[in-house]
Design a protein. Structure first.
Length: 127
């Protein structure tokens, strides 16, 4: 019996593979926004844990304003793409009939709108 070494076929993949197709590029941009969403969440946790005077002064600083201006489009893009993906990963059936993907995504947007209005109302009420 002779032993043969099997060679594994590994196709070379350029590091810029995701630039070749628009859907790949948008996917990678979405994944990149996770970093900004996470960093923004940490920033908010640090701000909330500080005292009220420090919280107000940090929010008024130019660095904080720039951070919020950078985070806003990242969080919006991430949220919108997530809600648009929801019907693809959460297929719902009502009996034998599939629930409309528009209804699934639309309900997510509706909940997002309601929660945003509640949070804005609380902020204006106590701010």
């Amino acid at each position: 019996m002779t032993s043969q070494k099997s060679k594994e076929l590994i196709r070379p993949m350029p590091t810029t593979w995701w630039l070749g197709k628009k859907s790949y590029l948008l996917f990678m941009v979405r994944e990149l926004t996770c970093v900004f969403v996470g960093a923004y969440a940490l920033l908010l946790l640090v701000l909330v844990s500080s005292d009220q005077q420090t919280f107000a002064s940090i929010l008024k600083s130019p660095v904080s304003i720039v951070a919020h201006l950078v985070a806003l489009p990242m969080v919006l893009y991430h949220s919108i793409t997530w809600f648009n993906l929801t019907p693809k990963v959460m297929v719902l059936w009502r009996g034998e009939e599939r629930v409309s993907p528009t209804l699934i995504a639309g309900s997510n947007y509706l909940v997002w709108l309601v929660v945003s209005i509640v949070v804005a109302g609380i902020a204006f009420l106590y701010g």
